[in-house]
Design a protein around this ligand. Structure first.
Ligand code: ZN
Length: 543
């Protein structure tokens, strides 16, 4: 009855069995071999990437009495009693996050280890500790006894105070690659005599998104009834979409086969598949095609920029909190809009404009009186789509100008501070956080703020949501602040122009945004927005 879940049973017990974290393993072993062991370590990375397992192997090794080439011997008294050793103290901060537990820990830290050379504290999910617990820990980290070593692990390094970060040697654990996972699943299935098909192994690796714990837990569940694990059994249990399906769909996209794409997407819709898993798989597959294109080993019909465009759009789609229409219709349009041939594209856009039209008309038929309004809105939104680009360009110019008028260092520091705090504020909308995560504040006056982002698509996305950003952050600044985003290159140019203007004795004056009001796009529902995009593309191609 002594059943151990697979993840625990196959935890690595020495460095050479740690999969996929070669750099970290190399550095830790080097530290052991050259006797340069630090007092505090911080292991960061997503869940299930082996942080705690590695911490345990490290702890076991440094307490071994007979270390061979940076690896524990596995035979000495310390190695044999490692699991029960009173010198290895494991703390799960997620459940022991009070200051009392940490105080107790500090009191004990001064007492020498009972058996081994070191007393090792493994603190899991360290970011969950309360601020006072952090402070208590900090005091110990400042002057640790020679025998004490702290290994802290976290999935959320942003929440660990800088005072702790600065005292630790940091190692980031990366997600496992599909290959790493496949290899390990293979190995475990062989050892456990689990019968499984090759495509089922691939599917489990995909579903577990880089986490070994998730992969082996899935395997645990699937192997419970003792029958062979097949792709079908996984797909029917987890509502997933097979790799072959993704491959076939992407070749249809590369070959611009509209009816095959439509058929595939209808199938997904009919089986109510999970669109998020579907998008993630598509992106993963597209990324590997992008790598093949870069390395010259790709033989299909995709171009690099096509892949890039689809990935960015799919990612946007994934980040949407609410998709009101069928996500599969949205994905279908994204895939179709990537077609390179203008004639084909135009035809597909026409087809889908018809499709979208049909949905709009059906909606309108419910109330005949509304039909006329829908038609006229339909017209405006085409004009609107063209206006949007122009509107945004002008708005960006005006706001950059206005920010320069009164830009001050104090305002910049304040804005930077707000930026930093937003990430830790749970009341802030996640979309806003995603803007802030990739962006930096580069100039600010009391009313205006210029931010930059490395990604061109992000810049556009932020600028499309400036009102939203102002609304969400008004409280933080205690008055409304008007934002504008630039790419890093554009910011460089704007800065140069500014410097030149000032040098030549020129000056900046405030420009009112009033004059833009006639261009400002109206807000439409999602389906109409899509129609807009489709029409907009069509227009651009025709000009
Ligand atoms: Zn040993």
């Amino acid at each position: 009855m002594d059943y151990k879940v697979l993840y625990r049973k196959y935890r690595p017990d020495c460095f050479k069995n740690i999969v996929g974290q070669d750099y970290t393993v190399h550095m830790l072993q080097n530290a052991i071999i050259h006797n340069k062991i630090a007092h505090s370590y911080l292991f960061t990375g997503p869940r299930g990437t082996g942080k705690t397992s590695t911490a345990k192997v490290f702890a076991k090794t440094i307490n071994c009495e007979n270390i061979v080439d940076g690896e524990a011997c596995g035979k000495c008294a310390a190695c044999l009693s490692f699991e029960q050793s009173p010198d290895i103290i494991e703390i799960d901060a997620a459940s022991n996050n009070g200051v009392d537990d940490i105080r107790e820990l500090i009191n004990n830290v001064k007492i020498a280890p009972t058996e081994g050379k070191y007393k090792i504290y493994i603190i899991d999910e360290v970011h969950m500790m309360t601020p006072s617990a952090f402070n208590a820990l900090l005091l110990t980290l400042e002057e640790p006894p020679a025998h004490a070593i702290f290994i802290m692990a976290t999935t959320n390094v942003e929440s660990v105070p800088i005072t702790i970060l600065s005292r630790c040697q940091r190692f980031s654990f990366r997600k496992f690659t599909i290959d790493d996972l496949v290899k390990q699943i293979h190995y475990v299935c062989e050892q456990e005599k689990i019968s499984i098909t090759e495509d089922a192994i691939q599917e489990i690796a995909y579903l577990s998104e880089g986490g070994m714990r998730d992969a082996l837990s899935l395997l645990d569940q699937l192997s419970a009834n003792g029958t062979e694990i097949t792709l079908d059994s996984i797909l029917s249990n987890y509502g997933s979409i097979s790799l072959k399906f993704i491959h076939d769909l992407l070749s249809s996209v590369a070959n611009q086969d509209v009816s095959a794409i439509h058929k595939a997407m209808s199938e997904l819709q009919a089986t109510s598949s999970d669109y998020k898993i579907f998008i993630k798989k598509l992106i993963q597959e597209l990324s590997s095609i992008a790598v093949q294109i870069s390395s010259g080993s790709y033989t299909g019909n995709f171009t690099y920029s096509q892949i890039e465009e689809i990935i960015f759009k799919l990612n946007d789609c994934l980040n949407k909190v609410n998709i009101n229409i069928s996500p599969f219709l949205l994905i279908e349009i994204i895939l179709l809009s990537s077609f390179t041939n203008v004639e084909d594209k135009k035809q597909n856009v026409d087809n889908y404009a018809l499709n979208v039209d049909k949905i709009l008309t059906e909606k309108a038929e419910k109330n005949k009186k509304e039909e006329k309004i829908v038609e006229s809105e339909h017209k405006t939104k085409v004009e609107n789509a063209i206006n949007e680009g122009e509107y945004l360009n002008k708005l960006v110019q005006i706001r950059v100008n206005n920010c320069f008028v009164n830009a001050k260092k104090d305002d910049l520091l304040k804005a930077k501070d707000v930026w930093k705090n937003v990430l830790n504020d749970d009341s802030i909308e996640p979309n806003i956080k995603s803007f802030i995560l990739d962006s930096s504040v580069v100039a600010a006056s009391s009313d205006y703020c210029i931010i930059t982002s490395k990604l061109e698509s992000m810049v556009h996305l932020i600028n499309k949501n400036l009102d939203f950003l102002t609304d969400e952050l008004t409280n933080k600044f205690s008055h409304p602040v008007y934002f504008v985003a630039l790419s890093e290159n554009d910011w460089k140019k704007e800065k140069q122009t500014y410097a030149q203007t000032i040098k030549n004795g020129g000056s900046y004056r405030l420009i009112s945004e009033e004059e833009l009001s006639s261009l400002k796009p109206k807000v439409y529902s999602e389906i109409e927005e899509i129609a807009q995009k489709v029409f907009n593309r069509d227009k651009i191609e025709m000009v």
